[in-house]
Design a protein around this ligand. Structure first.
Ligand code: PLP
Length: 246
């Protein structure tokens, strides 16, 4: 009995120690967001933090939620759906940020609140068709390939406008803005130029009459630069949850 009680206690304190790292990391990331906003003369309330929880267990997400985090990002449809169901009672907002295979559109449209990675008509149409009429429309960003040849995902900048117009016309989708993942590079000024390019693409769409308010750009390594270039959503995983095993 005593041994059991001890090992239970030990486990609880170990879990608390690991978990409190997530709360501390969140606090540090939020402080960095605030500092980046101050440096850019922006209101920190204009930047939403999506905590990217891919590969991490529901308990890690629950700990982040206890520390006040509401928005979470997942890259794999099935894994995300399982966590969404496991955390159904927590009142969280779920963002799908991975590549979309057409046989996964039903799962994504059923369970997620946002999708950041729409890059072709067929996927947009299928997401709209699959979205339950009783739920709010799926909030959507179009993924733009700002890196040219270096990246396969996303629509080319000069093809965004016609796709955006068609997505905006789909009944169960609400087009909110654009998303990009610049190519990996050690050249921070190149990354920052990519963010500026994405903002310029969005500004053109807004000038042409689309009501967009979301620029989803910036990850653990570069979210300050993204905020300097106008990001309204940053997607941060490693800096909150630690290194991923896959
Ligand atoms: C994994 C991932 C992130 C988070 O990346 P970190 O470097 O861990 O912050 C952000 N956006 C997308 C699309 C991702 O796949």
């Amino acid at each position: 009995m005593i041994g059991l009680a001890f090992s239970g206690l030990f486990r609880a304190s170990l879990v608390r120690r690991i978990m409190s790292t997530i709360a501390a990391n969140l606090q540090a990331v939020n402080a960095r967001i605030e500092a980046a906003c101050n440096a850019a003369g922006r209101d920190p309330r204009g930047v939403r933090l999506v905590a990217v929880s891919k590969t991490f267990a529901p308990e890690a997400i629950r700990e982040a939620a206890r520390a006040g985090q509401r928005d979470f990002g997942e890259n794999y449809a099935q894994e995300g759906a399982e966590k969404i169901h496991a955390l159904d009672d927590a009142g969280l907002v779920w963002h799908y940020i991975g590549p979309i295979q057409s046989n996964k559109t039903a799962v994504i449209a059923r369970d997620f609140d946002w999708v950041h990675t729409v890059d072709r008509d067929k996927i947009a149409q299928r997401l709209s068709d699959a979205r339950d009429a009783h739920r709010p429309p799926l909030q959507v960003c179009i993924q733009v390939n700002v890196s040219g040849e270096a990246s396969k995902s996303g629509v080319a900048p000069d093809a965004v406008a016609p796709l955006a117009r068609r997505v905006a016309g789909l009944p169960r989708l609400a087009l909110r803005g654009l998303m990009a993942i610049p190519e990996p590079t050690s050249d921070a000024s190149l990354t920052r130029r990519r963010f500026a390019e994405l903002r310029a693409v969005m500004e053109r769409l807004v000038r042409d009459g689309l009501a967009l308010d979301t620029l989803s750009m910036g990850m653990s390594a570069d979210f300050e630069a993204a905020i300097a270039e106008g990001a309204t959503v940053v997607r941060v995983g490693t800096a909150i949850f630690g290194d991923r095993s896959r």
